[in-house]
Design a protein. Structure first.
Length: 216
């Protein structure tokens, strides 16, 4: 997102940001426009957003006119989790990552582009990937990422990508475990993110597990 890069440069915040994280690279000129850009790893986005005076990544999206909303399904899941402690939810997450419900393939994917590729490769057969019926507003970006290994999906496209693929935006953004995106309890979002990567039959198990509440 160029807005974030330009805000950092315009306000002279690069050194301040570099003190907080080692992922910030020196600004460099874009050859065709000669404008400076700053590259930041996705895991450090929350720090960069706070550095320019915004409270969350959601606020960053809204600042550039991209409306980001929590899905109705995630709201329903969050409501179910109100009666379950963080400790119990963390236990379910550990079971997910240990393969208790399905292969925990998500553990080794480290950036949004690889996460999109890995998810679609698991969801769609090889012969179908060039003919996926994505909505027109996101189809070019997704098809490029899925079919060409040298392309990357942009920050601006991640909310719509999450919506179209039916995955958690938090997961695509690679947000650190201790930070929330929509809710005050990041552990709820982390469990929801894992659930949405599972086959439907396993997702139902997670729903029922959460409905069961605390272990007796």
């Amino acid at each position: 997102m160029e807005f974030l890069s330009q805000a950092i440069i315009a306000n002279g915040l690069q050194e301040q940001l570099a003190e907080k994280t080692q992922s910030v690279t020196a600004s460099r000129a874009i050859e065709d426009t000669k404008r400076q850009i700053v590259r930041i790893q996705y895991a450090d986005l929350p720090i960069a957003v706070n550095t320019i005076g915004l409270s969350s990544i959601i606020d960053l999206y809204h600042a550039v006119g991209i409306v980001v909303k929590q899905s109705d399904e995630e709201k329903e899941f969050t409501a179910l989790c109100e009666a379950v402690s963080d400790k119990q939810l963390e236990k379910i997450i550990r079971l997910c990552d240990q393969g208790a419900f399905c292969e925990p393939w998500w553990i080794d994917t480290e950036d949004p582009t690889n996460r999109v590729r890995e998810f679609t490769f698991r969801q769609y057969p090889p012969g179908k990937r060039h003919q996926l019926n994505f909505p027109d507003d996101i189809r070019p970006e997704l098809q490029r990422v899925i079919t060409h290994s040298f392309t990357a999906i942009g920050l601006d496209d991640l909310p719509r990508t999450a919506e179209v693929l039916g995955v958690s935006l938090r997961w695509l953004l690679c947000i650190p475990d201790d930070l929330p995106l929509f809710e005050k309890r990041p552990v709820v979002e982390r469990l929801y993110a894992r659930m949405k990567l599972m086959p439907q039959s396993r997702q139902k198990i997670i729903w029922e597990t959460v409905k069961g509440g605390e272990e007796q």
